[in-house]
Design a protein around this ligand. Structure first.
Ligand code: DX5
Ligand code: ZN
Length: 207
């Protein structure tokens, strides 16, 4: 299972040093929040551009915004590995088409209370399914274990479709192995990682 560090709760006093410590991760997870879809406002394209400039790792952009179509152009310009939109946001179909047309990996995210079977409508066009394991908006929340049943459902769909499964929120050493055993491909890790003394060693060990 691969690790995608989330920058949301990272110490930002020395971005260069931070990204050097994260260099053994699979990709960098960037949480864009508009203050409407979720209560919080995080950062936008300028910050993501800076991360791209300072890191060789692919970008994994998670849009927690009400109207993704209004913002996609800015993030498509960064040629990330994935852009993920929420199934609960507006114009999901149009957003997916736009991402795909630009040759970027399409991600589709599900809040903890949203039924996962809705993924079937879009499964042919999706490269990544993001299972939220906390309610979106903030880092540092507790992992909601029951969300892992969605991962089981996705394993069945994987037999006939080509996509990866990512979990996001509250991942730490106490649940990382459950995620791996259930077949999660990528875990987003935020707060837990930044509490560790040696982040790069942990990332190397979990490569
Ligand atoms: C929550 C974000 C997550 C979050 C993960 O809305 O999507 O990516 O930053 O951070 P932790 O690991 O602290 O839950
Ligand atoms: Zn996220």
């Amino acid at each position: 299972m691969k690790i995608a560090p989330s920058i949301l709760n990272a110490p930002l006093d020395n971005l260069e040093k931070l990204l050097e410590e994260l260099k053994d991760a699979y990709m960098i997870h960037l949480d864009v929040m508009d203050g409407v879809f979720v209560k919080n406002i995080s950062f936008g394209k300028h910050f993501c551009e800076e991360i791209k400039r300072l890191s060789k790792l692919p970008l994994d952009i998670h849009l927690m915004v009400e109207n993704p179509v209004d913002h996609l152009k800015d993030f498509l310009n960064l040629s990330p590995k994935f852009i993920t939109v929420h199934i609960e946001s507006n114009d999901v179909k149009k957003s997916i088409e736009l991402i795909k047309k630009n040759g970027v990996g399409v991600g589709l995210a599900f809040n903890p209370e949203t039924p996962i079977d809705q993924v079937k409508m879009f499964i042919k066009d999706v490269d990544l399914v993001l299972v939220m394991t906390v309610n979106p908006g903030f880092g540092g929340q507790k992992f909601i274990e029951k969300c892992l049943s969605k991962v089981d459902f996705l394993q069945l769909l994987k037999k006939e479709n080509n996509f990866i499964v990512e979990v996001d929120g509250g991942v730490d050493d106490s649940n990382l192995n459950y995620c791996r055993d259930r077949g999660v491909d990528v875990s987003v890790v935020g707060s837990y990682l930044y509490k560790l003394k040696n982040k790069s060693e942990w990332l190397k060990a979990n490569k």
